[in-house]
Ligand binder design. Sequence first.
Ligand SMILES: *Cc1c(COP(=O)(O)O)cnc(C)c1O
Length: 408
Amino acid sequence: MQDNKPPRDPQDWRPATRLVHGGTMRSQFGETSEALFLTQGYVYPSMEAAEARFKGDEPGFVYSRYNNPTNAMFEERMALLEGAETARGTASGMAAVTAALLAPLKAGDHVVASRALFGSCLYIVQELLPRYGIATTLVDGKDLNAWKAALQPQTQTLFLESPTNPGLEVYDIAAIAGIAHDYGARLVVDNAFASPILQKPLQLGADCVVYSATKHIDGQGRCLGGVVLSTREFIETHIQTYLRQTGPALSPFNAWVMLKSLETLPLRVNQQMANAGRIADFLANHPLVSRCTYPGRADHPQAEIVRRQMAGGGTLVAFDLAGGKPAAFAFANALSIIKISNNLGDAKSLITHPATTTHQRLTPEARAEMGIGDGMLRLSVGLEDAEDLLADLGAALAVLESKPMAAE
Ligand SMILES: *Cc1c(COP(=O)(O)O)cnc(C)c1O
């Protein structure tokens, strides 16, 4: 393994260049595409070398639960993309969220989080942490006073995702980071919905960013993965030992797939977003759609925050059909190009009914509080031709028009 450093500092490269070349380490064979090091362990030239590497006196790899050259390339490329000092890959987005929340905390600490969270994130905050003596308070993420009012002397971490799943609410990351810092706490942001192309939480003041790389970063429905990004100090103090010893390691194969996916991430996200904008305008103007939420539209309730903190409205559209669950089911069943699936950020357009899938665990009251009605659908817009997607949506709406049905 030789370290063929590029002639110029990658920090001087613009984002697209970082995504193609950042983090690349070439082996002695000079391969063009990044190599896949599918190995559990490493051999040492001597016992002395093994001793030195274990002690940290010599650089090099020890065991793939700790690190792996392919994973290291993925982590470095992610750090360059995000503008973070360092990054650590994980087996899934939930492994990244769990590490960022659990690893720095101890019994007696307190966490404040927005109520509108991805279902598994809500489980970590609401059920898992309290079992180990870490109290949590859930707030309406839009309400800055609610964040302030929830702070306690033991508050260590504030946690949010924005835009939220599935309601696509947008929270003021800079203001909430300010509230955290005034109190000596940290802000962790789950940036999966915005993607690293459209929103940079660290630049807005967040202390740690987590991704489900399963979503836009893979973007082609193949691999699970996650990543935690922060300062070297935060990662080395809180995250690194936790990941090494508890073992949610990213598979080098998945790291390789996602490393290659990063090369095309801006192209994919920008094209999916262009498609999503056209679809949102179409749905917002359709008589059977009672509400259409898209962060890129001027009628989004937090449009002003979107302009300040996002480079566009994203790839997801949420909308409500006036006919409730029967209408939502009949509509989605009538689609042909757009597939029924709970994943998102994919090249394929995917639609899901949150009330009966991702959020069915919640009570109807809790769903109502999150704005998840029985007629709500969440559409993750893909890379198909927008004209074909509009035709698919139009045909499915026409089916509803031809057989009007009463809400349940
Ligand atoms: C999908 C998702 C996760 C979990 O990621 P996995 O890779 O499925 O573990 C966490 N947060 C958000 C916002 C997500 O969309």
